[in-house]
Design a protein around this ligand. Structure first.
Ligand SMILES: [Mg+2]
Length: 135
């Protein structure tokens, strides 16, 4: 499986098949509370790979010159994703449409922020040149 040709639904099915093989949960669906908590634990394991990193280590990571650390991060990310796919599958959450909605929401937030920033810049300039908009 590769990102380029694997739909999210296929990944979710593979995780569910694993859960069924292991006899976890009800027909492969585990308690969503437990799954959400486990996801946080796995996220902490992922973060351990960044704990106390020096700037040069960050630069090496950024340049993809630390394959061992990247492999550890990838494994923990897979744990987080497995639980994320379980949680969204159990609750009937469509990951693609939720991501699409979130991207649009953040995009609009950016527009508002940019508009507010421009308004503040204009206001600052008016005050600097002696103009006021208070009346
Ligand atoms: Mg782990």
């Amino acid at each position: 499986m590769k990102d380029e040709n694997t739909p999210i639904a296929e990944l979710r099915r593979a995780v569910r098949d694993l859960c069924r093989e292991k006899h976890w949960g009800r027909d492969g669906d585990q308690d969503p509370r437990q799954v959400a908590m486990a996801m946080t634990v796995e996220m902490s394991e992922l973060l351990e790979n960044f704990q106390w990193m020096e700037e040069d280590e960050v630069e090496r990571l950024w340049a993809r010159k630390d394959p061992e650390r990247i492999a550890r991060i990838a494994e923990e990310f897979a744990d987080v994703m497995m639980y994320g796919l379980q949680l969204t599958g159990t609750l009937g959450i469509d990951v693609a449409s939720e991501l699409e909605k979130k991207i649009e929401k953040v995009r609009r937030r950016g527009e508002n922020y940019s508009a507010e920033k421009q308004r503040m810049r204009d206001e600052f300039e008016k005050r600097a040149t002696g103009e006021t908009s208070d009346h």
